[in-house]
Design a binder for this molecule. Structure first.
Ligand SMILES: NC(=O)c1ccc[n+]([C@@H]2O[C@H](COP(=O)([O-])OP(=O)(O)OC[C@H]3O[C@@H](n4cnc5c(N)ncnc54)[C@H](O)[C@@H]3O)[C@@H](O)[C@H]2O)c1
Ligand SMILES: [Zn+2]
Length: 346
């Protein structure tokens, strides 16, 4: 992968150097805008013009992208210009998309300010917007010129946003960095500034997988570990009017995937118990009962990874060895949901 990744305490310490360009535009959301003086302190980036979109996933829209294109026009950006996205995954997705499509493609750099953005959204080449209620429906594959992760920026993240990022960290460790698991599973309190090594490892795992399958034809699907059940928990919570951050639902979906890994692929059950214990200690549960099973199963069946009405999961015969497209019978899934509830006391 061509993108460079820089992880450090602050941007000033990392010493941001943009690729040669004529003009540059910084893109951020209304929330992160207030934090910019602190995040950009000691760098040249604080002199750049700033284009702002409203914060929140509900603003990852075509209207917001159009606003960014207008700002690019107003500031006279050319094919030799560069866009600097400063924010979480929402900003890097839409900022990357707006840059990659303006004048058939400007270069862009990401500064990840959320843990989730750092370990997942800010690398891998997927950019896009939501459209007519469908997530990430319109977008392009486009790589960043560089990704910066200033860990100090995470200190202002609300706890649930940190946990959401930690859910993706755990997912990544089970996929490709099982050596991180003993320490991650013993975490008592999240301290993002001590996570440089963990973030670097997660980025390496994701980059290596994406490099082998940049356009998601096969292998890249392993990055969806925990997401088949996790998305269903996320959608159910949203429908019940109690939305949860994405990575928190994924952390719970990961438990269901570990249970299925045991029942379908003989993964040793000790992995389930150590994970469940960590989940109970750190994460809020995403509640569901057996009355929700028909809805959860319908949501899982509608998952885009399924073919010919078969339910498919990414599963692990052992941590570090993720297998995509494992067919799971409906009965086994119901049992796994039962065990998920048992282990979480739901
Ligand atoms: N492109 C990819 O491969 C990929 C992968 C995973 C997720 N995503 C996308 O990422 C998005 C989710 O990312 P996210 O969880 O970072 O959400 P987000 O960008 O919406 O950020 C969450 C909230 O935290 C605020 N915030 C950001 N940085 C902050 C800071 N340092 N201190 C305090 N508040 C801060 C934001 O303003 C926002 O309100 C989704 O749109 C998802 O589709 C993309
Ligand atoms: Zn995810």
């Amino acid at each position: 992968m061509s993108e460079e990744i820089h992880i450090g305490a602050t941007l000033a310490e990392l010493g941001v150097s943009l690729p040669e360009h004529d003009r540059a535009l910084l893109v951020t959301d209304s929330n992160v805008q207030r934090l910019l003086p602190e995040i950009l302190r000691g760098t040249m980036l604080d002199e750049l013009p700033v284009a702002v979109i409203e914060d929140g996933e509900e603003n990852k829209t075509l209207d917001s992208a159009a606003h960014l294109w207008r700002e690019m026009q107003r500031h006279g950006l050319t094919r030799s210009s560069i866009v600097v996205n400063v924010g979480g995954g929402m900003v890097t997705d839409i900022g990357g998309f707006a840059a990659a499509t303006y004048k058939r493609g400007l270069r862009f750099v990401n500064v990840a300010t959320t843990l989730l953005g750092a370990v997942d959204a800010s690398v891998g080449g997927k950019t896009g917007i939501d459209f007519d209620g469908h997530k990430n429906q319109v977008g392009v594959f486009a790589e960043t010129s560089a990704t910066y992760v200033p860990l100090h920026a995470f200190s202002t993240l609300p706890r649930e946003q940190l946990l959401s990022g930690f859910g993706e960290v755990l997912k990544t460790a089970y996929i490709g960095a099982p050596e991180l698991l003993p320490q991650l599973l013993e975490t008592e309190e999240l301290n993002p500034e001590a996570m440089a090594k963990t973030v670097a490892t997660c980025l390496r795992v994701k980059s290596e997988i994406v490099e082998q399958d940049p356009h998601e034809h096969g292998l890249r699907k392993v990055l969806n570990l925990g997401h088949t059940a996790g998305h269903a928990f996320e959608s159910l919570a949203l429908r019940r009017g109690r939305p949860v951050p994405h990575g928190i639902a994924i952390a719970q979906g990961l438990l269901t995937a570990l249970i299925l890994s045991h029942t379908q692929l003989d993964m040793p059950s000790a992995h389930i118990y150590s994970y469940a214990e960590m989940l109970r200690r750190l994460f809020p549960a995403v509640p569901f009962t057996c009355d929700d099973y028909p809805e959860l199963l319908a949501l899982i069946r509608a998952d885009k990874k399924n073919v010919a009405d078969q339910i498919r999961f990414t599963l692990l015969p052992t941590p570090g060895d993720a297998l995509p497209d494992q067919t799971v019978p409906e009965k086994a899934l119901e049992t796994a949901l039962d065990i998920t509830r048992d282990l979480l006391g739901l």
